[in-house]
Design a protein around this ligand. Structure first.
Ligand SMILES: Cc1cc2nc3c(=O)[nH]c(=O)nc-3n(C[C@H](O)[C@H](O)[C@H](O)COP(=O)(O)O)c2cc1C
Length: 288
């Protein structure tokens, strides 16, 4: 069983603002984050698990401002639109909204794009999962939600070709899962695939590649389908999904890429199907 983070210890390691990373250089900040100077996202991967019953408490102002700061930066570097909604769970709470799947929701992140824009959905998946892991490291619980919410109850302004195509609930939850949560977890969480079932290679894969796959194994995906295949051929790393236009597939793709990258210790993905991953050079810890 995965443990939840100790709130106080996790808080001390929380990222305290871009200024604290020595400037606004996003790459430097990212490597500091991966290295664990600010918080350990690999640890967050180990303890994260989708939660569906929240206590109804608001998240602390500190956590809100950290999340908002990340959202601002990710929106800029990723050319995406994410928005944190605070103290307004109307879109989720109540049987008619989410078939009673979620309760106690107050705070959530809207992921906004054109419904048919899979390239943007992939980036929303990638950066949204970084937010999930950052929230986890701050002692918060979370759940990706692909459709079971009332869009008209979300207080966001949308332009004509935009909609909230996915959401991430963040909030506090009890240490132990409720009976109902366990039940839903059992239904939505089929047996995890082994890393070997999600990779293709023409030679033995290096250890760092396997560490990436182990992080992928722990990534959330819609109905836990784990659809992303990773390839190691001629020493090159790439990833693909069979049909990027299938519902929520691009999100699963971006999420799995974020986990792989963190598991390997850092690197850079190209966006899109069959895209390549370039591993961060050994010894380059982002300090120039
Ligand atoms: C894009 C996406 C959409 C999801 N949509 C829902 C949803 O609508 N309702 C729900 O209860 N869980 C949803 N989930 C959570 C998955 O069911 C969950 O990640 C999966 O079962 C693996 O469990 P874990 O996250 O606890 O490891 C979604 C996950 C992802 C990545």
């Amino acid at each position: 069983m995965r443990n939840r983070p100790d709130g106080a210890a996790a808080k001390n390691r929380v990222f305290r603002g871009f200024a604290a990373t020595g400037g606004t250089d996003f790459e430097l900040f990212r490597y500091k984050m991966i290295r664990g100077d600010t918080m350990n996202l690999l640890e967050a991967i180990e303890i994260r698990r989708s939660r569906r019953k929240f206590t109804g408490e608001l998240i602390e102002p500190h956590a809100t401002s950290v999340l908002n700061e990340f959202i601002r930066e990710y929106n800029k570097v990723g050319n995406i639109r994410m928005e944190l909604i605070i103290n307004n769970g109307k879109a989720f709470n109540g049987f008619t909204k989410s078939y009673g799947m979620f309760s106690g929701v107050n705070d959530y992140i809207c992921l906004i794009a054109n419904e048919n824009d899979h390239a943007t959905a992939e980036r929303l998946g990638y950066y949204g999962e970084l937010l999930v892991l950052q929230a986890t490291a701050m002692g918060l619980s979370s759940c990706w939600v692909g459709g079971m919410y009332s869009r008209s109850d979300m207080p966001v302004k949308l332009s004509e070709n935009e909609s909230v195509i996915c959401a991430i609930i963040v909030g506090k939850s009890a240490e132990k899962e409720s009976f109902k949560e366990k039940l839903i977890h059992g239904i939505t969480h089929r047996k995890s695939k082994r890393p070997e079932e999600m990779l293709e290679s023409d030679s033995p894969v290096p250890d760092w590649f396997m560490r990436g796959m182990e992080a992928v194994q722990k990534a959330p995906s819609a109905i836990h389908r784990q659809p992303v295949m990773f390839s190691y051929k001629n020493g090159k790393v790439s990833a693909y999904v069979k049909d990027i236009s299938a519902p929520l597939m691009a999100f699963d793709f971006g999420i799995a890429k974020a986990h792989f990258e963190l598991g390997t210790g850092g690197g850079t993905w190209e966006w899109g199907n069959n895209c390549e991953f370039t591993r961060r050079a050994e010894g380059n810890d982002g300090n120039g």
